[in-house]
Every structure is written in structure tokens, then in C-alpha cells.
Design a binder for this molecule. Structure first.
Ligand code: NDP
Ligand code: OXD
Length: 316
């Protein structure tokens, strides 16, 4: 049996049970759930999801932080986040889950799933008019790993696809827009809005009533639709309810919410025009994600560069 590398991993997770991550990571490195005091010299890597604030601040030999998720807003919420490289999740398995979620929700809204479910309840046999996919424009906010893959899948299904990014981008088959200057035109050309942005100071609360009211409503599917699988704090929950109630929005699929779990008192739970999932669009699967994290740690120890690094200035 070969010896494990000396540097230990600090596994700091809140909100779910770390057992599976612990098992998988400790196959190749020593893993602890708490450091041996605030200046534990044995910790070289941290694997985190919503880590306890200031926990990482004083570890003298910390070389890199690995986020258990693709989004890293949970990390930046820590006022004591040390200045070491941050690696986020980029994985085929996670991307595939997100592509499935986006295609599922776009197809359901486009093919009038809510209407058919209501008809079935009343035993109604009625075929409403149906627009083909090439008359429907899906606009994706965020054309990164997840948004880019979702765009390709939607194009393959026959949709027209628009994309909105922070920096200008060219993507085959996608009509692209960028920055504040491009936002209104992007929205005016979009029937189904898919939000796959990271949560940063520049995107917090961006999906509000004013933004929703700029979507194209006079369209082949009878109204504008919102799908948010990015982060809850990108949106204003109350503005979405208002837009659904006054007809600015036809329907919404929401995987994320300003407060999670979605409070039982929220009007969203019972809103007839909303489809709710519990932040489950693309769940990080430790069996797929832990081995490449360990490979990266070994490679970094050998002097090789880390991949999928977060740009601290951009915040994602
Ligand atoms: P990436 O970092 O690969 O892509 C982010 C995209 O958002 C880029 O296209 C970027 O633009 C764009 N963007 C960032 N800031 C702005 C801005 N201010 N204005 C316009 N566009 C902006 O992220 P991923 O695709 O990997 O993930 C996206 C998000 O999905 C994650 O941050 C996470 O919050 C969420 N997520 C949700 C999950 C769920 O289960 N609900 C699961 C996994 C992730 P540019 O191309 O110019 O850089
Ligand atoms: C992620 C998530 O960011 O699960 O990966 O939300």
C-alpha cells in the first residue's frame, strides 16, 4: 500500500451530511471535519460547501480551496476567505443534469404541460394549437459551462436560442448579447428566459419585475416564461409572483429561491403557474466529483497548474 500524501484535507460542509464526501476523499488523503486548532499546519486543501465563516482564514499551509458546487457565492459569503486559488466544479455529469433540467422545463412550457395537466384533472379531451420549436426563442442568461451546453441541446431540439453574457461571446447557432447595453434587446427577443448566471454583486436581484416586463409576450406560446436554475438571490420572488398575477409572465419553473428551503408561507408553493423543484436541477454527485478533485490535488503537489479556477475579481 502506498502512503497517503502528507497534506490533509479539511472538509467543511453545512446543510447536508458530509459522510459520502468524507468516505471518497479519505480513500486517498487524510480528511478532517475540523482543524486541530485555528493554525493547524497539516491542512493543505479545503473542500467546502457553505463553510463555517473564518474557518479557513488562519490555516498557514492552505494551498487551495475546492468548491463542492459549480457556484462559488457560498464561498465569497465568508469574510475570512483566504487568498488562495479556488477551484469550482466543472463536470460532465453535472452539466448533463443541468441540460436535462433545462430541456425538460423548456419542453414542458412550450408543449403546454400545465394546460394538459389541468385538462386531465377535468377529463377534458381538447387539442390546443401548438407552435413548432423553431417559432420559440429561448434566451439564456449566462452562456458558461452550463448555459453553453443547454444552448447546444436546445438548438438540437430546434429552438431559436439567444444568449446573454458579461463579456462579448460568439457561439455557433446562438444570437449573442452582452453587458447592460445588450440586455434589453436580448429580453425583447426572448419568449422563454433561462437563468444560469452565477450570483455576484453584478447579478444579485437582476431578475426583477422591470426585467421580466421586457420579455416578449406577444409570441407563439402565448406569453413569457421564466426558468431559474442559477441562484435564488438572482431573483426577487415577490416580483415573480406579481408578474405572474398581472400577466407579464405566463408561467415559471423555479429551482432556486431567495430563501432556501422555500419557506412554507411562500405564495410560490401553491401558485398555479409555478413549477417548483428544491434546488435539484443539477446536484453535485460525490462519486463523480471527488476523484477528479483528488487528482487535481496530486497534480498541484507535483507542480502542475490547477484547472477550473475561479476569477476572484469577476466573482465566479
Ligand atoms: P460559468 O462560470 O461557466 O458561466 C457563467 C456565465 O454567466 C458566463 O457566460 C458569464 O459571462 C455569465 N455572467 C456572469 N456574470 C454576468 C453578468 N454580470 N452579466 C452577464 N453575464 C454574466 O458558470 P456555470 O455555467 O458553470 O454555472 C452557472 C451557475 O449555475 C453557477 O454559478 C451556479 O450558481 C448555478 N448552478 C445551479 C445548480 C442547481 O442545481 N440549481 C447546479 C450548478 C450550478 P462570460 O461568458 O462573459 O464570463
Ligand atoms: C452548484 C449547485 O452550484 O449545486 O453546483 O447549486
Amino acid at each position: 500500500m502506498t502512503d497517503k500524501p502528507k497534506g490533509r484535507i479539511l472538509l467543511s460542509i453545512t446543510g447536508f451530511n458530509p459522510r459520502r464526501w468524507h468516505e471518497l476523499l479519505s480513500a486517498r488523503r487524510d480528511v478532517v471535519l475540523e482543524p486541530d486548532g485555528p493554525a493547524d499546519p497539516s491542512i493543505e486543501y479545503a473542500v467546502v460547501w457553505k463553510q463555517r465563516p473564518n474557518l479557513l482564514a488562519t490555516l498557514p499551509n492552505l494551498k487551495a480551496i475546492f468548491s463542492i458546487g459549480a457556484g462559488v457565492d457560498h464561498l465569497f459569503a465568508d469574510p475570512g476567505l483566504p487568498d488562495v486559488p479556488i477551484v469550482r466544479v466543472v463536470a460532465e455529469n453535472l452539466t448533463q443534469y443541468m441540460v436535462e433540467y433545462v430541456c425538460w422545463r423548456v419542453l414542458d412550457h412550450h408543449r403546454q404541460g400545465a394546460l394538459y395537466r389541468a385538462q386531465q384533472k377535468r377529463k377534458v379531451w381538447h387539442e390546443p394549437p401548438q407552435a413548432p420549436a423553431d417559432q420559440v426563442s429561448v434566451g439564456i442568461m449566462g452562456l458558461g459551462q452550463l448555459g453553453g451546453a443547454a444552448a447546444n441541446a436546445l438548438i438540437a431540439l430546434g429552438y431559436r436560442v439567444n444568449g446573454w453574457t458579461r463579456t462579448p461571446k460568439t457561439v455557433d447557432g446562438v444570437t449573442t448579447f452582452s453587458g447592460n447595453d445588450g440586455l434589453s434587446d436580448f429580453l425583447a427577443a426572448t419568449d422563454i428566459l433561462v437563468v444560469l448566471l452565477p450570483l455576484t454583486p453584478g447579478t444579485t436581484g437582476i431578475v426583477d419585475y422591470a426585467l421580466l416586463s421586457k420579455l416578449r409576450r406577444d409570441n407563439a406560446i402565448g406569453g413569457a416564461v421564466l426558468i431559474n436554475a442559477g441562484r435564488g438571490k438572482l431573483q426577487k420572488d415577490a416580483d415573480i409572483v406579481r408578474a405572474l398575477d398581472d400577466g407579464m409572465l405566463k408561467e415559471a419553473s423555479l429551482d432556486v429561491f431567495e430563501t432556501e428551503p422555500l419557506p412554507r408561507t411562500s405564495a410560490i408553493w401553491t401558485h398555479p403557474k409555478v413549477f417548483v423543484t428544491p434546488h435539484a436541477a443539477a446536484t453535485s454527485d460525490p462519486a463523480h466529483l471527488a476523484p477528479p478533485m483528488l487528482d487535481q490535488m496530486d497534480a498541484f503537489d507535483r507542480g502542475e497548474p490547477l484547472r477550473n479556477l475561479v476569477d476572484r475579481k469577476a466573482g465566479y
